[in-house]
Design a binder for this molecule. Structure first.
Ligand SMILES: [Zn+2]
Length: 306
């Protein structure tokens, strides 16, 4: 085993996934730990515990860099999280690097979780491909990797596909605006609509299977899922026209759990794209499942150093 290893973290709404490896060796270890204490101190403790486990497995001296993927927008100039994180409310105005004890003297790199999902998946493909990664989960995440680099925009705000307006004066979104794609196409968006309009008082407690089960018996809920799928497909078509990528990868719990049908999204792309685009951009399922963010964090940490 090469001693130059990198440690990757992927912070989610309810768990922290982590693992170590390298670009060449891939993921050598992958684990997931539930976040039981949703405070800054709780998250810092969790990171310390994980690093202790890593020390016992491979020796922390062999970790040459740490990468962290996190929900939220990271401002490019300050490196701090901006805006609201509904699932981790304390997680704003901070630099993700504060989760790692500076006494370890290990360089820490970080980026948005969807960006790192895209980076992890893109690292398995040819280096010269332009790759868009979409995560369908509690929100809609998106990332764009061009020639191995994550595209951030001038301020760090690029690729917020979940917050493009798809319905004028539409459903309220977590970001405070109305009619965002995320309010229609994400798992939380569909649950919120079911609660608000279809009188499912306990909808917010459903998991994905709960949504799919109820939708089998309720055509109205089924039509919300279809609307989410259609709006996502149309948004991806618009994104293709703007970015002209080689590949769009669909990932996240909603994609893996069968919320939408990739063949139908592909058909929506065909209906909405000019012919020259359609023949050039392919839609694929993400390959790494819930491990993509951790691999992306490892790739980021390694590329920052090597
Ligand atoms: Zn929004």
């Amino acid at each position: 085993m090469d001693n130059n290893l990198y440690l990757g973290f992927d912070i989610g709404a309810s768990s922290v996934k982590w693992g170590y490896g390298s670009c060449q060796q891939g993921l050598l270890c992958f684990e997931s730990v539930t976040i039981s204490d949703k405070t800054l101190a709780g998250l810092q403790n969790l990171f310390t515990q994980i690093i202790n486990v890593v020390d016992s497995k491979i020796g922390v001296n062999n970790v040459k860099g740490i990468g962290i993927g996190t929900p939220g927008t990271i401002e490019r100039k300050t490196g701090k999280l901006l805006g609201v994180n509904p699932n981790l409310q304390f997680w704003t105005g901070l630099s993700p690097a504060i989760l790692v004890d500076p006494g370890l003297n290990i360089p820490v790199s970080y980026d948005n979780d969807a960006n790192l999902m895209c980076l992890g998946e893109a690292s398995l493909l040819a280096d010269d491909l332009d790759v868009v990664g979409i995560t369908i989960g509690s929100g809609i995440g998106s990332g764009y990797v061009r020639s191995k680099e994550v595209f951030h925009g001038s301020h760090g705000f690029a690729m917020e596909l979940g917050h493009i307006t798809v319905v004028e004066e539409g459903e309220p979104c977590n970001c405070g605006r109305k009619g965002c794609l995320e309010a229609y196409a994400s798992i939380e968006g569909i649950k919120s609509r079911a609660k608000r309009h279809l009188n499912y008082d306990h909808a917010l407690a459903w998991n994905l299977q709960g949504i799919l089960l109820h939708a089998q018996a309720d055509q109205r809920l089924q039509s919300y899922i279809q609307e989410g799928e259609r709006l996502l497909g149309k948004s991806l078509a618009n994104l293709c026209i703007v970015l002209d990528p080689d590949v769009i990868l669909l990932g996240g719990g909603g994609a893996e759990g069968g919320l939408y049908c990739p063949q139908r999204i592909d058909a929506i792309l065909s209906e909405n794209l000019p012919g020259i685009n359609r023949s050039k951009t392919s839609l694929r399922s993400a390959a790494l499942g819930n491990k993509a963010g951790v691999l992306g964090a490892i790739v980021l940490a390694e590329r920052k150093i090597v």
